[in-house]
Write a protein that binds this ligand. Structure first.
Ligand code: KIV
Length: 257
C-alpha cells in the first residue's frame, strides 16, 4: 500500500507520529519512531536564528531536505514550501516539482486554506501530494503568535478551510495552536487525519520540532514538552575531549597512524 494511503488509514485506528528533521543524522533517528518526517521551515528560526520563517529560501529547504532524504528508510517525507514560493499556481507547481525532483520527498506542505486553494488544487491535479496547514500560520502571521479558534468568525473560517482542503485532496492537515474544542470538531468532521501542534490530544496525530523536544533548541513555547536534554550529553563528550587534548591524553597510539 502506498505510504500516503497508510497514513490516511490510521485515522480512528492509531495515532500518527510526525517529527521534524533538518539533516541526515537526526532523520535516521526520527525515521525509527515517526510515520511522517517533516523538513519544516522552522529550520529558519531553529538553525539560522531568522526572526521569521519568511526568510527561509527554497535552496535552504532543498539542501536540508537532500540531507534528510539520506536518513529516511520508511517514513513519509514531507517538505515545507517556503514563503512566496507558491504565490501563484504556476509558481507553486514549478517549485513543488523542483523540490520533489531534487530531494525525492513524498509530499509538500503549504500554509493556508481558501487563500491558496487554487494553488493546492493545481498541485494535486498535477499529481503532487499535499499536506495542509491551518491555524497559526507562521509564514503569514505578523506580530505576536496567538492561538486560533477563539471567535465564532475564526471557528467558521477554520472549519470552512479544513473542509475546502479536504475537498481539494490534501491527505492530512497540520492544526497549529487551535483551541481544543475546535480542533476536536474539525478532526471529527474530516475523513483525512489532522496532525496537531498545540491543538490538543483530540487530533489524529501530533507533531513537534525534534530539536525542541530533545532539548537541542531552547524553546519556551507552551506546547513544547522537553523529553530529554541532549545538550547535557553533548557537553559531557566535548568537555572530556577538550580535557584530554589539553592534557595530551588524546590521541594515544591506538588513535594514531
Ligand atoms: O515548520 C515546521 O516545523 C512546521 C511544524 C512545526 C508543523 O510547520
Amino acid at each position: 500500500m502506498n505510504k500516503i494511503r497508510q497514513i490516511i488509514r490510521k485515522k480512528n485506528k492509531s495515532k500518527i507520529v510526525c517529527l521534524t528533521a533538518y539533516s541526515k543524522n537526526i532523520a535516521e533517528e526520527t525515521d525509527k519512531y515517526a510515520d511522517i518526517v517533516l523538513v519544516g521551515d522552522s529550520l529558519g528560526s531553529v538553525l539560522y536564528n531568522y526572526s521569521t520563517t519568511r526568510k527561509v529560501s527554497l535552496s535552504e529547504m532543498i539542501n536540508h531536505s537532500k540531507s534528510v532524504r539520506l536518513g529516511i528508510k520508511k517514513s513519509l517525507m514531507v517538505v515545507d514550501m517556503p514563503f512566496k514560493t507558491y504565490s501563484t499556481k504556476n509558481l507553486a507547481l514549478k517549485n513543488a516539482r523542483k523540490i520533489i525532483k531534487e530531494t525525492k520527498c513524498d509530499a509538500v506542505k503549504l500554509e493556508g486554506g481558501k487563500k491558496i486553494i487554487n494553488q493546492i488544487k493545481f498541485l494535486i491535479k498535477n499529481k503532487i501530494p499535499v499536506m495542509g496547514h491551518l491555524g497559526l500560520l507562521p509564514q503569514t502571521t505578523k506580530g505576536k503568535f496567538k492561538s486560533k479558534g477563539k471567535t465564532s468568525r475564526e471557528i467558521n473560517q477554520l472549519k470552512n478551510d479544513a473542509s475546502l482542503l479536504q475537498k481539494s485532496g490534501v491527505f492530512a492537515i497540520v492544526l497549529e495552536c487551535i483551541k481544543e474544542n475546535v480542533a476536536k470538531q474539525i478532526t471529527k468532521d474530516l475523513k483525512i487525519p489532522t496532525i496537531g501542534i498545540g491543538s490538543s490530544v483530540y487530533c489524529d496525530g501530533q507533531v513537534l520540532v525534534t530539536d525542541d523536544l530533545i532539548g537541542l533548541n531552547k524553546s519556551n513555547i507552551r506546547f513544547v514538552k522537553r523529553y530529554i536534554d541532549v545538550k547535557k550529553y553533548i557537553n559531557t563528550g566535548l568537555k572530556r575531549f577538550a580535557l584530554e587534548v589539553r592534557s595530551k591524553k588524546y590521541p594515544t597510539k591506538k588513535y594514531s597512524y
